[in-house]
Write a protein that binds this ligand. Structure first.
Ligand code: HSE
Length: 406
């Protein structure tokens, strides 16, 4: 039998408890031995919980207990999650987490400590909630050089965008809904400003490139400035707007990553991903494009990925799976100034002005015309800096939405 400790009894931690209790027989069968929850660490009062005896607020008790083979960190935040994870690994305990901030920040160090101590640090739930994506990149696609990752990586913002533009809900109502359903981060800015998606694309591109991608260097823009009019304008040109985490990886393992609202052509599979669903498209040099789709947030979907990692840890006790990427390298990021792109633009200037500056622009015409005050056009593809300069030359800009690169 392996005993485990759950650190943090919030949305995900309580989901882990529920799944382990409800699916105990199946889980034990898959793990090859019984898994029992010995401790739940939380500073809040759970004296009325049916298993109140499991709760403690003393991490040292867990650390010193040699019976605990796996520590499940579902606390979130950097501290004390970092210290607890580090000391657990150093004490020869496996650690499993859903904490993307911790993995994105301290991933290389914690993975190395795990390796040195012959244990595992597993983090499937840190990206895409219940969707398998870490293991597929690390394991199933291991034969490939990963060239590109494109994903809808945040359930809350996808839910908000869907509710606003399909159901006509206000931004605030849609956000409250997402909070009630347990999708949103404690600080909703982490979702709506794109920081959560930024941590996730940093993890995926670090894993895929083998070099730590510093999330502080990823240009990140959230959804707060996207309006219904932008969505309608994009729609009239055959596009849907999604918050996209995007990374290109070149042959030298250098990465260009970005998080921003992007116009996705309606024929693209990502365009039909709605509500809390996430989808991640991975392009490998041998396999070409593969897509992973499922619930990207929420108690049980996320906990299902955590529990799968617990099972994997139990199957690999004292056997490191050697998931690694190198520590921060200041030269591994491709500058945004080298990137090509195109935009859907709304301007108060007329078609003639647009075409006089950008003869190759595609201007919305005829039946699609919805607002005679404005002109909507698609820029040609070029160096983003050059295209931005041309857009500014047109002037009268209401908004511009980047188009998902082909
Ligand atoms: N707040 C996150 C989301 C939770 O909405 O996707 C899962 O990381």
């Amino acid at each position: 039998m392996v005993k485990i400790a759950i650190l943090g009894f919030g949305t995900v931690g309580s989901g882990v408890y529920e799944i382990i209790k409800n699916n105990a027989v199946n889980i034990s069968k898959k793990a090859g031995q019984e898994i029992e929850i010995k401790y739940i660490l939380d500073i809040r009062d759970f004296s009325s919980h049916p298993e109140s005896h499991l709760f403690t607020n003393d991490f040292t008790k867990i650390l010193k207990d040699d019976e605990v083979g796996v520590v499940v960190e579902t606390m979130g935040g950097l501290h004390p999650a970092y210290e607890f994870t580090k000391s657990s690994l150093e004490a020869g305990k496996n650690a499993v987490t859903s904490n993307k901030e911790l993995v994105a920040t301290y991933g290389p160090e914690l993975l190395e400590i795990a390796y040195d101590n012959n244990v595992n640090y597993l983090f499937e739930a840190s990206v895409g909630g219940g969707i398998p994506i870490i293991r597929p990149i690390h394991q199933c696609l291991a034969a490939n050089n990963i060239k590109r990752i494109t994903g809808i990586l945040n359930g809350t913002t996808n839910y908000i965008l869907t509710q606003m533009f399909r159901e006509g809900k206000s931004f605030d109502d849609a956000l409250s809904d997402a909070q009630e359903k347990g999708y949103a981060e404690r600080n909703p800015a982490a979702d709506v400003e794109g920081f959560d998606a930024c941590r996730k694309i940093a993890i995926l591109s670090s894993l895929a490139s083998g070099r730590q991608v510093d999330y502080n260097k990823i240009p990140t823009e959230g959804i707060t400035k996207v309006t219904l009019e932008d969505v309608k304008a994009a729609g009239s040109m055959g596009y849907s707007i999604k918050l996209i985490g995007y990374a290109d990886i070149n042959e030298n393992s250098e990465v260009f990553a970005r998080v921003s609202p992007m116009a996705v052509p309606n024929y693209h599979m990502l365009a039909s991903v709605e509500d809390v669903f996430n989808a991640i498209m991975v392009r490998g040099d041998s396999v070409s494009d593969v897509m992973f789709y499922g619930k990207g947030a929420g108690k049980l979907p996320t906990a299902s990925a955590v529990v799968a990692d617990v099972i994997d840890s139990v199957k690999h006790l004292q056997k490191s799976k050697r998931i690694m990427w190198n520590d921060t390298d200041p030269d591994n990021m491709i500058s945004r100034h080298c990137i090509e792109g195109s935009f859907i633009v709304r301007t108060l200037k007329d078609t003639d002005t647009v075409l006089s500056v950008m003869p190759d622009a595609v201007v919305r015409t005829g039946d699609n015309e919805q607002n005679t005050e404005e002109t909507v056009f698609i820029t040609p593809v070029g160096l983003e800096d050059d295209i931005e300069a041309l857009v500014n030359e047109v002037g009268g800009i209401i908004s511009r939405i980047r188009i998902l690169p082909e």
